[in-house]
Design a protein around this ligand. Structure first.
Ligand SMILES: [Zn+2]
Length: 237
C-alpha cells in the first residue's frame, strides 16, 4: 500500500512538470526560473552538484576570470550547479566556480539556504560581467572564483584561488573604513544603518544571519569581522 501511494505521489509530481522545464533543468541555463514541482521531479540531489570545469564553461572564463597569467590549474577548480530563492521567492538556477577544496562546503551551504528560503538575487559566473568585480557587485551577483588582486593592493585575493565567495554584494558591500569608499558604489546606502528591521530585498549579513552562521559552521572567515575594512559580502577559507 505504501509503495502504491509513493508511485501515485511521484506520478502527481511528474504531471506538474512540463517537458520544457525538464529540458531547462537538464541544460541548466544560469538564472532560469523553474517550478518547485520540476525540481522535485528532477530530484533535489541533481540540482546541487559539482563537476570538473566543462569545456564550454572554461571557454566562457578565458581572458576574464581565468586570465592569461592565471597560476591556478583548471584541474583544481570545480563548476557547481545550485538552486536559490530569488528576491521574488522563486526557484532560480545558479552556477559557481570555486576551488575543489570548498566545493562540498558550498553545495551543503547553498542547499541549506535554499531549503530555508534564504533570498539570493543572482548567482552566475562573474564572466557574465567580463570578470569586472564592480559591475558584478552592482548587479548584486553572488560569485566566487576570479583571478584578481585584493581591491586597492597588489596582493592576490582569495577569490583568485576560488577560496572566497561574495553573497548578495550590493546589499552587503565592501566598505573601506579609512576613506569611506564603498564597493559597489551603488551599495553606499547599505554601508551603514544595517539594522535587522531595515527593509531590503535580501537579508543583511550580520552575526545573527543564517547565511553567516552556515559559513562559520563550515570553517569560513567573514569579511564583516575585519577591522580596517568591512567586507560584509565576503566569506573565505
Ligand atoms: Zn570577496
Amino acid at each position: 500500500m505504501k509503495i502504491l501511494q509513493l508511485i501515485l505521489l511521484l506520478l502527481t509530481l511528474c504531471s506538474f512538470t512540463t517537458p520544457d522545464e525538464k529540458q531547462t533543468l537538464r541544460q541548466w541555463p544560469p538564472a532560469a526560473v523553474v517550478s518547485d514541482e520540476a525540481v522535485s521531479a528532477y530530484s533535489l540531489d541533481s540540482c546541487f552538484k559539482a563537476f570538473p570545469i566543462p569545456d564550454a564553461i572554461f571557454r566562457r572564463m578565458q581572458g576574464k576570470s581565468y586570465k592569461q597569467n592565471c597560476t591556478v590549474p583548471r584541474s583544481t577548480l570545480r563548476y557547481l550547479r545550485v538552486l536559490h530563492r530569488n528576491i521574488d521567492g522563486k526557484t532560480q538556477l545558479g552556477e559557481i566556480v570555486c576551488n575543489q577544496s570548498i566545493a562540498n562546503d558550498l553545495l551543503d551551504i547553498f542547499r541549506q539556504l535554499y531549503k530555508q528560503g534564504y533570498k539570493i538575487e543572482r548567482i552566475t559566473l562573474i564572466d557574465q560581467y567580463d570578470a569586472d568585480d564592480e559591475r558584478s557587485m552592482a548587479a548584486n551577483n553572488t560569485s566566487c572564483f576570479n583571478f584578481r588582486v585584493v581591491s586597492g593592493t597588489t596582493k592576490l585575493s582569495k577569490h583568485a584561488q576560488g577560496l572566497a565567495i561574495d553573497i548578495n554584494p550590493l546589499y552587503n558591500p565592501y566598505v573601506h573604513l579609512n576613506n569611506g569608499k564603498v564597493e559597489p558604489a551603488n551599495g553606499k546606502p547599505y554601508a551603514t544603518n544595517r539594522t535587522a528591521n531595515r527593509k531590503v530585498p535580501v537579508p543583511f549579513i550580520n552575526t545573527s544571519d543564517p547565511c553567516y552562521r552556515l559559513f562559520i559552521q563550515h570553517g569560513f572567515r567573514w569579511g564583516g569581522a575585519w577591522r580596517t575594512v568591512k567586507d560584509y559580502q565576503h566569506f573565505e577559507k
